[in-house]
Design a protein around this ligand. Structure first.
Ligand code: ATP
Ligand code: MG
Length: 415
C-alpha cells in the first residue's frame, strides 16, 4: 500500500477547485428546479443486482468497472457507477409510480474502476436528471433543453455541440442488429479483440468503439437511423421538431449509441473539442425498458448525466472567484481580542473577515495581500481609545479613519 497517497484515480478537491465544483452542482440544481425537477439523494451503494441486472451483463461498466464488495452481513454491494439505476430502484421501492411523471435531479460521487487520465477518474461526480413516466417525445425535448440551459448558465454552451441519434424501438433495433452483424462479420479481420467479443454479445457496442481499426470498419457500416420503423421515425421527428422549435441546434450522429443496454429511441451527448479525448460532458437518452427490467411495471423514462469534473475543467478559464475578504489587523498583541470581537460582529453582519493568528503589523499586512483581501481594518491603541479603526483600501492604497458606529455601512463598498 502506498500509504498517504490518495487512491489511484481519486482526487482531493482543495478550496478553489471545490468552489468550481459546487458552482456546477448548484447551477445544475437551480436550472433543474426551473424545469420542475426536485432533488433526490439515493445511497452511494446498492445491492450489486441493482446494477448487474439493469446495466446488462455485457456492458463495460458491469464487466470491468464496478467496485463490488461483500459487506459484513455477506451481501454483495456495489459503489454506484451511475445513478439512473439507483433512481429507478427508488422509484419502484418508494412507490413513486402514483405520481408520474416524476422529475428528479441528483448529484454526487460515482465510482468506476477505469484507467485514470485527464477527465477520467475512479471517483468522479455527476449531476443528472431523470424524467420518469412520460412517453411524449416532448419529454425528451425538455430534458435536452434543461441540459442545454445548464451549459449556457455555466457559460460553456457555445463550446459544446449536441449530438443526437435514435436507437429506435426494439423492433427497429432487431432489424438493424441483423444488418450490422452481417456487415461486421465480413470485416472480422480488421476488428479489435474487444469488438469481436462485442460482435457476439452486443454488436451495437462496436459502433461505440474507440479503437482506430474498429472505427474505420464502422465508418462503412449500415446506419441504425436508416432502419427505423415508422413509429420510431415519428418519435424521432417529434424530438427533432421540438428541438427546432426551441432553437436548440443539434447534429445527427448515426454512430452515437449509449454504453448501456436499457436505452431506446433518443440518444444524445453534448460534446466539446476543448477537453481532448474526454470530450463528452453530458450524455443521456430514453430508457423505456429499464424500470420493467428491474421488476417494476412498464414505465418509460428519459434523462442525462453530466460529469462535474469535466464541466468544471471546461469552465476553468472563467473560474468562479472566491469572495475577497477583509483582513482584520490588530496593531499589537494588546489589540488582538478587541480585533477578534470586531471581526466576529462584522461576520455576524454578513461580511467576509479574515483573522490571522500571529505576526506583527507588517507580517499581517503581507498576509492580507497574500489572501487577496480587498481592504485591511487596522485596530491599534489609539483607535481603541477613540472608538475608530483605520480602513485601508488594498487596491488603491488609500486609508481613512472610520468611527465604529458607521463602520459596517462604510465597508459595504468593498463587497
Ligand atoms: P465515456 O465515453 O467518457 O467513458 P460514458 O459513456 O462511460 O463516458 P456515462 O456513463 O454516460 O459516460 O456518464 C455520463 C458523463 O459522466 C460522461 O459524459 C462524463 O462527463 C462523466 N464521466 C463518466 N465516466 C467518468 C469518469 N470515469 N471520470 C470522470 N467523468 C466521467
Ligand atoms: Mg465510460
Amino acid at each position: 500500500m502506498a500509504a498517504l497517497q490518495p487512491v489511484r484515480g481519486t482526487h482531493d478537491y482543495l478550496p478553489d477547485e471545490a468552489r468550481s465544483h459546487r458552482h456546477v452542482e448548484e447551477t445544475a440544481r437551480t436550472v433543474a428546479e426551473r424545469f420542475g425537477f426536485g432533488e433526490i439523494i439515493t445511497p452511494i451503494f446498492e445491492f450489486t443486482d441493482v446494477f448487474a441486472r439493469t446495466l446488462g451483463d455485457t456492458s463495460d461498466v458491469v464487466t470491468k468497472e464496478m467496485y463490488t464488495f461483500t459487506d459484513r452481513s455477506g451481501d454483495s454491494l456495489t459503489l454506484r457507477p451511475e445513478n439512473t439505476a439507483g433512481v429507478a430502484r427508488a422509484f419502484i421501492s418508494g412507490g413513486l409510480a402514483q405520481n408520474v411523471p416524476v422529475k428528479l435531479f441528483y448529484r454526487g460521487p460515482m465510482f468506476r474502476h477505469e484507467r485514470p487520465q485527464k477527465g477520467r477518474l475512479r471517483q468522479f461526480h455527476q449531476v443528472g436528471v431523470e424524467l420518469i413516466g412520460a412517453e411524449n417525445p416532448l419529454a425528451d425535448v425538455e430534458v435536452i433543453a434543461l441540459g442545454s440551459q445548464l451549459l449556457n448558465a455555466l457559460g460553456v454552451g457555445g463550446r459544446t455541440i449536441l449530438h443526437l441519434n435514435s436507437l429506435g424501438d426494439p423492433e427497429s433495433r432487431e432489424a438493424y442488429r441483423a444488418a450490422l452483424v452481417s456487415y461486421l462479420s465480413g470485416h472480422r479481420d480488421s476488428l479489435s479483440r474487444d469488438s469481436l467479443e462485442r460482435l457476439e454479445r452486443n454488436p451495437l457496442r462496436v459502433l461505440d468503439s474507440k479503437d482506430e481499426g474498429d472505427r474505420a470498419v464502422v465508418a462503412g457500416a449500415p446506419r441504425l437511423i436508416d432502419h427505423l420503423n415508422e413509429a420510431s421515425r415519428a418519435f424521432f421527428a417529434g424530438v427533432t421538431g421540438g428541438l427546432e422549435a426551441l432553437g436548440i441546434p443539434f447534429e445527427i450522429d448515426p454512430l452515437l449509441v449509449r454504453g448501456l443496454d436499457y436505452y431506446g429511441h433518443t440518444a444524445f451527448e453534448f460534446v466539446t473539442t476543448d477537453l481532448g479525448a474526454q470530450g463528452t460532458v453530458m450524455a443521456g437518452g430514453r430508457y423505456d425498458g429499464l424500470i420493467r427490467q428491474m421488476g417494476g411495471s412498464q414505465t418509460p423514462g428519459v434523462g442525462w448525466a453530466a460529469g462535474v469534473e469535466r464541466l468544471a475543467m471546461l469552465m476553468a478559464a472563467d473560474r468562479v472567484g472566491a469572495p475577497r475578504p477583509l483582513a482584520m489587523i490588530p496593531a499589537g498583541p494588546d489589540d488582538e481580542v478587541e480585533a477578534l470581537k470586531l471581526a466576529h460582529a462584522l461576520r455576524q453582519g454578513g461580511l467576509f473577515v479574515d483573522f490571522g493568528y500571529s505576526g506583527n503589523l507588517g507580517k499581517r499586512m503581507k498576509r492580507a495581500n497574500r489572501i487577496n483581501a480587498r481592504a485591511a481594518i487596522i485596530l491599534g491603541g489609539e483607535e481603541r481609545a477613540n472608538g475608530t479603526v483605520v480602513v485601508r483600501d488594498l487596491d488603491s492604497g488609500e486609508q481613512e479613519t472610520i468611527g465604529l458606529a458607521v463602520l459596517e455601512e462604510f465597508l459595504v463598498r468593498f463587497l
